[in-house]
Every structure is written in structure tokens, then in C-alpha cells.
Design a protein around this ligand. Structure first.
Ligand SMILES: Nc1ncnc2c1ncn2[C@@H]1O[C@H](COP(=O)(O)OP(=O)(O)OP(=O)(O)O)[C@@H](O)[C@H]1O
Ligand SMILES: [Mg+2]
Length: 260
């Protein structure tokens, strides 16, 4: 037990954590198991992570951290999304993975499921990014860790629409924003041929008046057997949120418009 703690302390030392106070270090020690620390260390050794920064978000399935990164020779701020390996919330993953022709689920053990999930999130983001959809550019993934473009400034993330809520009409023209969300949704469906499948005010970040879609692990190809169902659900979620600001559209019509 003591040796575990020592090993973890040594790994933490090697990760060059930016915050020198004991608090940040304690959070890292609590949320990261030894395997995850080793994965982070590998990404540091490759030069992709230069220094780990503070916590951006802690959730049930994943934690997101800030990091100073170096991608293709350029200094870039990174969002480091780390899935919890011991999580029990992953039963739902099956639904989004089975039926995806990109992954052969017959050979997959429960432990490997999470690594595939991370690969899927990376590939979904890459597909969306290549199609010109506003998403954080994905840079690298390894095991349960995903490195992507940090949407924020001075190590602080831009707000989600959920976080802005009441202030939203003060910072942006909501009608324009809704139109931009729909444009991105159309590009996502028609060009990237993806359905987000967990779209709501929680997974849209506002960067300079532009909506950015995040959190795409569960996104599925448009030919997935449940794709239409998920698209309808996404549209209903969006309309539920935007109707509070006077947007009045019918979900069936919006779905038809997106499908084109
Ligand atoms: N690329 C990014 N840049 C800046 N902040 C980000 C980025 N990705 C995620 N975040 C922040 O981290 C939060 C959680 O990220 P995300 O939605 O991807 O995880 P999650 O799967 O919802 O995690 P959980 O369900 O466990 O809470 C987001 O709400 C956002 O505030
Ligand atoms: Mg989320």
C-alpha cells in the first residue's frame, strides 16, 4: 500500500503539474489511478503534454483538465479528457457501439470497452472537424485519455450554454446563435454523416459568439439503426432550450430540414 502511494507520488512528480499547491496535487492523486498516470506520462514523454494544469470539470464518466501542450511544434493549450477506468456507468456504451460498423464488438471485453469509446470519440471529433463542424480539434488519444484543442482563454474554459442560461441574451443574439447551431447540425449530418446523440445546452460551448459541439463519444454514424431516433432527441433537446428565448420551430420540421 505504502509502495503504491510512493509510486504514484513519483509519477506525479514526473508529470510537471503546474499548480504547486497541495490541493491540485491531491485532486490528481484522487482521480487518477496508476495506469492513467502512466498513460499521461507517456503523452508527456512524447512531448504532447508539456505541463498539466488545473481541473476543468469532474464528472461521473470523465474528468477534463487543462494542460500546456505542444502539437506539431506549436505551443497549444489542451483539454485533457480522462475517462474513469473503474466507472460503472458504461452499460449504456453498448447501445452506441453495437451497430457501428467501424467497431467489431464481438471481440471486446468490458475493460477494453472504454479504450474503444475514447477512440470513437477521437474519430467522431476528427470526422466532424474535417467536415467543418465547430468542434474542438482532436490531437491524440491513448488508452483512456483524449487530447484536444482547449476551448477557452487563460486556462479557463468558455462557458456552455447551460452555464450562461439567463445571461445568454445579454452576450449573444439568441436567434442568430440558434441558426448557427442548426448550420453546424446540418454539416454534422450531411457532411460528417454523424448524429451527435447527446446534444443539449450542456454540450455546446460558446466561443466568440460561435457554438461549438463537445462530448462526442456517443455520436453515431448516420446509418446507425437508431440514428434517426437520436437525431430527433437532439433536436427536441435544442428546441426545449431555445424555446425559452422565443425560438419557435417544430421538431419534425427541423429534422426534415437537417436531413435535407
Ligand atoms: N475541448 C474543451 N475545451 C474546454 N473545455 C472543455 C472541452 N471539453 C470539455 N470541456 C469542459 O468539460 C466539461 C465536460 O466535458 P464533456 O462534456 O466532454 O464530458 P462528459 O462526458 O459530459 O463528462 P461527464 O458526463 O462525466 O460529466 C464540459 O462541460 C466543458 O465545460
Ligand atoms: Mg458533457
Amino acid at each position: 500500500m505504502k509502495r503504491d502511494v510512493e509510486r504514484i507520488e513519483r509519477l506525479l512528480d514526473r508529470l510537471r503539474i503546474k499548480e504547486k499547491d497541495s490541493e491540485a496535487r491531491k485532486i490528481y492523486a484522487e482521480v487518477f489511478d496508476e495506469r492513467t498516470l502512466k498513460t499521461l506520462y507517456k503523452l508527456s514523454a512524447k512531448g504532447l503534454i508539456q505541463a498539466l494544469g488545473g481541473v476543468v470539470s469532474t464528472g461521473k464518466e470523465a474528468n477534463v483538465f487543462y494542460a500546456d501542450g505542444r502539437i506539431d511544434g506549436d505551443d497549444r493549450p489542451l483539454a485533457v479528457k480522462i475517462y474513469r477506468i473503474e466507472t460503472t456507468e458504461f452499460f449504456k456504451m453498448d447501445e452506441y457501439l453495437f451497430g457501428d460498423k467501424r467497431f467489431d464488438m464481438r471481440r471486446i471485453s468490458r475493460k477494453e470497452l472504454i479504450f474503444i469509446w475514447v477512440e470513437k470519440e477521437f474519430r467522431n471529433l476528427e470526422r466532424a472537424h474535417n467536415a467543418g463542424v465547430n468542434v474542438p480539434e482532436p490531437y491524440e488519444y491513448l488508452k483512456n485519455v483524449l487530447l484536444m484543442e482547449f476551448l477557452g482563454e487563460d486556462e479557463r474554459p468558455y462557458p456552455t450554454l447551460f452555464e450562461l442560461k439567463r445571461e445568454l441574451p445579454e452576450v449573444v443574439n439568441v436567434e442568430d446563435l440558434y441558426a448557427k447551431v442548426k448550420e453546424n447540425l446540418i454539416r454534422l449530418y450531411r457532411k460528417a454523416e454523424l448524429v451527435h446523440a447527446d446534444l443539449s445546452e450542456y454540450n455546446i460551448v460558446l466561443k466568440n459568439d460561435e457554438p461549438y459541439f463537445i462530448d462526442m463519444g456517443q455520436s453515431v454514424l448516420a446509418d446507425h439503426p437508431l440514428a434517426s431516433e437520436y437525431l430527433e432527441r437532439d433536436v427536441r433537446n435544442l428546441l426545449r432550450f431555445f424555446s425559452k428565448y422565443g425560438v419557435k420551430e417544430r421538431p419534425e420540421e427541423v429534422v426534415t430540414e437537417i436531413k435535407g
